[in-house]
Design a protein around this ligand. Structure first.
Ligand SMILES: [Zn+2]
Ligand SMILES: [Zn+2]
Length: 123
């Protein structure tokens, strides 16, 4: 009984530590902050692989939920995608760096910017 109790306390302590660390990094409490191991892996894989990771999928659904499940540009609720307004590195995104757009608005945005020859990760 005593062991069970202290395990529970240890778990709670760990959770609070994690939250504290996230806040220090500018993440909200429910943000899926990456581990050091994940950050290392993200640096080694292709961008298309990164977009299929569990981490990115969590970030993506967090942002879409935050934006009310609709495009921040036209309000459409279909074919939603998450665009990087600002890029600080894979796994280092902050909520304010990202915005939900439908694939039409997203495509238009990137078509308009294509001449500027942006790097792949901003597309
Ligand atoms: Zn749209
Ligand atoms: Zn984009």
């Amino acid at each position: 009984m005593a062991i069970k109790h202290s395990r529970k306390r240890a778990r709670r302590w760990l959770l609070n530590e994690k939250r504290r660390e996230r806040r220090l990094n500018g993440y909200p409490d429910n943000w899926p902050a990456p581990s050091q191991k994940q950050l290392r892996i993200f640096g080694e894989v292709s961008y298309s692989f990164y977009l299929r990771t569990k981490y990115w999928r969590k970030v993506r659904s967090f942002i879409i939920r935050r934006d009310g499940n609709k495009c921040a540009c036209c309000g459409s609720a279909e074919k939603l995608e998450v665009h990087h307004k600002f890029y600080r590195g894979r796994g280092r995104e902050l909520p304010k760096d990202l915005v939900t757009w439908c694939s039409d608005c997203h495509g238009q945005h990137h078509d308009a910017e294509k001449e500027r020859n942006r790097p792949m990760w901003q597309r």
